[in-house]
Design a binder for this molecule. Structure first.
Ligand code: AMP
Length: 288
């Protein structure tokens, strides 16, 4: 694997590749890699000739400075994992390389409804920061396919919209990959590294709630399902619940009654011992 820390060196390396359509797959990450990330690398390798992974902990998408400071950094292990996965390039820029004119930006991405609900409501500015780094990465890594994980469903929808806003629909194909889970059902996440073994066990309550909601979507009211899930999370030590919300899977509009046909997803964000976990699951019974 070739590691490039500067844009110049990445461009130099890429210019030596013989260009063919659908040649380059891109997997942007913030590092502290786990098998969920590696599954995106594997998918990119299947679908493209050259796979580029980036590791950059983007300060502009953290609304909480403490969360940014505590974000796990495991770069040496990450490099080993990427080598093992057969990744071709790692783009590993500094903050100066990414934002030579500083991180403050006047630009506002018109994300509309998506920038008002769920993650956006609890993490103000988060998705504007995501769009800022995504636009910058698109400029630098001129890829054909972009691989993102459904674990961050709202982020996938935001990036899809950002691709439209930036007029890149004909240049970049967005591929959304399923969430990889631990055998316990806990969604893999870089933040899991900060959980104790007991926390990890308790954290599986999120998965259990989602499964329960899926099982009972046709027989119980959504308000009751959300209330039961809330109680289950609290019983398992979740001290703050940002949201448990059943939404239309395409628009993320909250629904109060399922019409039996729409794609429906439950999204959860909650804190366990100060660590914020998010997850989601299609619960209409049509996909899994
Ligand atoms: P992050 O490093 O958290 O910014 O994540 C980088 C990419 O990996 C994003 O597209 C995430 O949605 C994706 N990802 C994170 N966790 C998982 C998972 N458990 N399964 C699949 N993809 C994931």
């Amino acid at each position: 694997m070739i590691i490039c820390k500067t844009i110049e060196s990445l461009h130099q390396q890429l210019s030596s590749l013989k260009y063919q359509p659908n040649n380059i797959g891109f997997v942007p990450t913030m590092g502290a890699l786990h098998q969920g990330h590696i599954s995106l690398i594997a998918l990119s390798k299947k679908q493209t000739q050259t796979t580029i992974c980036s590791i950059f902990v983007n300060p502009t998408q953290f609304n909480d400075p403490k969360d940014f400071e505590k974000y796990p950094i495991t770069i040496e292990q990450d490099i080993l994992e990427l080598e093992l996965a057969g990744c071709d390039f790692l783009f590993l820029p500094s903050q100066q390389e990414m934002y030579p004119n500083g991180t403050v930006s006047e630009k506002k991405y018109p994300l509309e409804f998506l920038d008002t609900v769920l993650e956006a409501a609890f993490r103000p500015g988060h998705f504007q920061g995501v769009c800022q780094v995504v636009e910058r990465l698109f400029e630098i890594v001129q890829h054909d396919k972009l691989f993102l994980g459904e674990k961050d469903l709202q982020q996938c929808l935001v990036v899809k919209k950002a691709i439209e806003i930036l007029g890149k629909q004909n240049e970049i194909e967005l591929i959304i990959a399923p969430t990889l889970r631990e055998p316990s059902g806990l969604a893999m996440s870089s933040r899991n590294r900060r959980l104790s073994e007991t926390d990890k066990e308790n954290a599986t309550a999120i998965y259990k709630c989602m499964q329960e909601m899926k099982k009972n979507l046709s027989s119980k009211s959504i308000t009751d399902l959300e209330q039961e899930a809330k109680m289950h999370l609290q019983k398992n030590g979740f001290d703050k619940i940002d949201y448990i919300s059943v939404c239309n899977a395409t628009t993320l509009e909250a629904i109060t009654k399922w019409n039996g046909t729409d794609k429906v997803v439950v999204l959860i964000a909650a804190f366990l011992n100060g660590i914020r976990l998010i997850d989601n699951m299609r619960i209409d019974g049509l996909n899994n």
